[in-house]
Design a protein around this ligand. Structure first.
Ligand code: A3P
Length: 314
């Protein structure tokens, strides 16, 4: 066993050394695997996920690029699909005592896919479409993708990484981080390629892939919660609508509510970081307070160039 493990570690190291690499944000390096940049930890998890995860027709997979509202999406979909078992108004609701990342684990960060007390399995990933296991692509498993304006994503990422980095290591200068982001050197980046691949799949297979935008969900949460429920074949009944269930779910999952829960103020992640790192402002357009006009132009140019002809606008 030990020898096998050692053998595995050595062959993983050999594999890593065969891949293109660049400087990481919170880890020493990012490695390019199947066209996307991953940390060694995420790469190891992705290989395990590709080789061992067997998807079922009833699975639901939440996909995001980091900082696009993953935790919010997890909270909403978890609450939505478990609304029969866990009454939204209950003082025992799991979201009140458990961080959404624990309720809806990242597939590339776990090695036990047994999961959950719900009738269908709910997971998440930052994986690009190309790196998803074949069984996810070939079953009727549903994929919900949430994207966000790249300017807010970059600002959110910069704040997040600097909170993550230990006190001894230096904060990444804003300009340097900006160049890394523009060049696609982020976890699961290039950001635009990640978004585009899921956008294309949502156009090709609208019953399999639902494409959401953070800004639109913020603006019209009722509409998008209804879309989510319909997409997942668990639409709200007239009675649920009349009793205000949709508003209750939106309130339970709101930034103000989640960020003020004890578990998210004092709790820690599996990796020992404070849960507070997942909650900053939760607003649309904070980029206006951080980016220069030149930075805005550069991001707009990249977005226009990358999405040209796709019909996608962010
Ligand atoms: P900001 O840094 O702009 O505030 P992710 O979950 O993918 O890491 O995304 C984190 C971003 O989502 C952060 O954005 C965070 O504040 C915001 N966020 C967290 N909870 C949210 C919620 N319930 N509603 C809306 N945004 C939320």
């Amino acid at each position: 066993m030990f020898l096998e493990e050692n053998g595995f570690i050595q062959s993983f190291k050999n594999f890593l050394s065969s891949l293109p690499k660049t400087k990481g944000w919170s880890s020493p390096h990012l490695y390019n695997y199947q066209g996307f940049w991953l940390t060694a930890l995420h790469l190891q998890g992705t290989l395990f996920f590709q080789n061992h995860f067997q998807s079922q027709d009833s699975d639901i997979l939440l996909v995001t690029s980091p900082k696009c509202g993953t935790i919010w999406l997890k909270a909403m979909v978890y609450t939505l699909i478990n609304r029969m078992q866990h009454s939204v108004l209950s003082q025992q609701h799991p979201l009140l005592t458990t961080n959404p990342h624990v309720l809806v684990p990242f597939l590339e960060l776990i090695n036990n896919y047994a999961q959950q007390d719900s009738p269908c399995r709910l997971y998440s990933t930052h994986s690009s479409y190309v790196s998803l296991p074949e069984s996810v692509k070939n079953t009727n498993c549903k994929i919900i993708y949430m994207c966000r304006n790249p300017m807010d994503v970059f600002v959110s990422l910069w704040h997040y990484i600097n909170k993550l980095r230990s006190q001894e290591s230096q904060i990444i200068p804003f300009e340097e981080a900006f160049h890394m982001f523009c060049n696609g050197f982020t976890l699961a980046g290039p950001f635009w390629d990640h978004v585009l691949s899921y956008w294309e799949k949502s156009c090709e297979m609208p019953l399999k892939v639902l494409f959401l935008r953070y800004e639109q969900v913020k603006e019209q949460p009722l509409l998008h919660l209804t879309r989510l429920a319909e997409f997942l074949n668990c639409p709200f009944s007239i009675e649920e609508e009349e009793t205000g269930l949709l508003d209750q779910i939106i309130k339970l999952c709101s930034f103000d509510n989640l960020s003020n829960l004890e578990v998210n103020i004092t709790g820690k992640t599996l990796f020992g970081n404070d849960n507070t790192i997942f909650f900053r402002k939760g607003e649309v357009g904070d980029w206006k307070n951080h980016l220069t006009d030149e930075m805005v132009d550069r991001l707009n140019q990249i977005t226009e160039h990358k999405f040209k002809g796709s019909g996608l606008k962010l």
